[in-house]
Design a protein around this ligand. Sequence first.
Ligand code: HEC
Length: 160
Amino acid sequence: MNNFRKLLLTAAVFAAISACKNSSENNEEEQIQLHEETPTTQKNVQNEENVKFAEGKGIYTQYCVTCHQANGSGVPNLNPPLQETQYVLGDKERLIGIVLNGANEGLEVKGKTYSNSMPPFNYLKDEEIAAVLSYVRNNFGNEAEPVTAEEVKAVRENEE
Ligand code: HEC
C-alpha cells in the first residue's frame, strides 16, 4: 500500500467512527426528549383549556374591552375594574346574573361607584358566557374556579 492509500483508509475509518458516535448521541437525546413529553391525556386537557382561554379572550375583546379595558382596569368613575373584585371572584350565580342582565344600580366595587351602565348579554350562548367569565376569573390577577356552561344554563333557567 502506498502512503496516499493508507491516509485515505485512516480517514475513512475515522469518519466511520465519528458517524457512529454522533448517531448514538442523537439517539440518546431523542430518548430524553421523549421522556420529557407530557403524557397525551394531560396534553389534551391542557389544549382544551388553552382553546377555552383563547375563546374567552376573543369574547372579552369583542364585548367587554371597550368598557373594562384590556387589562381589566375599567375607566375611573365610568366602568369598574375586574381585577380581584368581590363580584368577579365571589358567588358565580351573582356574576353570571350581571353578565346576563347587565347592571345599572351603582354597584359598589372596591369602595367606589360608577356612573355608566352595563348592557345585558343574554344573547350570548351559555358556552360563550362561561368562556368569557372563566377568562376574567383567571386573568387580571384573578385566580378562581372557571364557570361552566351548565352553571350559566341553570342561572338562565332560574330567572325565567
Ligand atoms: C358599556 C360598558 C360595559 C360593557 C360593554 C361591559 N360592562 Fe361590565 N360593567 C359596566 C359597568 C358600568 C358596571 C357597573 C354597573 C353598576 O354599577 O350597576 C359593570 C359591572 C361589571 C361587573 C361587576 C362589577 C365588577 O367590576 O366586578 C362585572 C363582573 C362585569 N361588569 C363584567 C363584564 C363582562 C364580562 C363584560 C363583557 C361580556 C362586560 N362587563 C361588559 C360596564 C360595562
